[in-house]
Design a protein around this ligand. Structure first.
Ligand code: C5P
Length: 231
């Protein structure tokens, strides 16, 4: 089967972790490697799309032909996403965005004190980037694809996220399986998308390298995008 053509389409992808500053030398973050988002960027550019990759701090090379914008915090990722999403056809939220940031970032390095054995950091909720993009006015709203990493009840949680965040499609990963998902080179996925009838469409993609999985996911995105334009 010929690979679908994505020429003329602009795809915005978020990838990697975010870093939430505590003070000038410390931060809160997570173990996201960025591999899946980068693999998707590569798959999209290979099919001729214009790809803008909004990346948290990762140690990966930028795939050739991809326009990369580096960000650190969720707030920065949100601002870049909002700016770029408006001119895009597809928005893929692959980043592991920190749900919370430190409410008051210390101006100077926090000091250990002799008087106390504990320290309390107050956290504030970060914006849900993908939900905000999905809520844009339909005239400027791209086709929105999210990710869900779950350790149990994969389909039920993913379905809930698809509906609650107002996404068009969700790529769900079972991260309890050893060697798959977070940081790994392989992944399996369950794709769910909004359909006309009440139950979402679904497709299971078996365990494979993140590169081939990314191609299959991107292929499915193009199919659904075409279908949504036809209705
Ligand atoms: O709710 P949860 O974090 O599991 O949802 C995952 C999906 O939501 C991913 O697509 C992720 O990129 C996106 N997300 C986001 N902004 C957040 C949290 C998650 O865009 N603050």
């Amino acid at each position: 089967r010929a690979t679908a053509d994505a020429r003329g389409l602009t795809i915005v992808i978020t990838a990697g972790p975010t870093r939430e500053a505590i003070d000038p030398v410390r931060y809160l973050s997570n173990h996201s490697s960025g591999k899946m988002g980068y693999a998707l960027a590569e798959a999209a550019v290979r099919r001729g799309a214009t790809v803008k990759l909004i990346s948290g701090p990762v140690s990966l090379d930028t795939p050739p032909g991809v326009e990369r914008l580096d960000v650190e915090s969720a707030q920065e990722m949100f601002e870049a996403s909002r700016r770029l999403a408006e001119q895009s056809d597809v928005f893929i939220g692959c980043a592991a965005v920190a749900d919370y940031r430190v409410e008051h970032v210390a101006e100077h390095k926090l000091k250990k004190t002799a008087e106390r054995d504990d320290l309390t950091l107050k956290l504030a909720k970060n914006p849900d980037i993908i939900a905000e993009i999905a809520a844009l006015d339909r005239r400027i709203r791209p086709f929105v694809v999210g990710f869900a990493a779950e350790t149990r009840d994969l389909e039920a949680y993913a379905r809930d996220k698809l509906l609650r965040k107002g996404l068009d499609m969700i790529v769900a990963n079972d991260v309890s399986q050893e060697g798959l998902g977070f940081g790994a080179d392989h992944n399996a996925a369950l794709l769910l998308w909004r359909d006309d009838d009440r139950s979402p469409g679904r497709r299971e993609l078996p365990a494979q390298t993140k590169q081939t999985l990314a191609s299959a996911v991107f292929e499915a995105i193009l199919e659904r995008l075409t279908a949504s334009h036809e209705t």
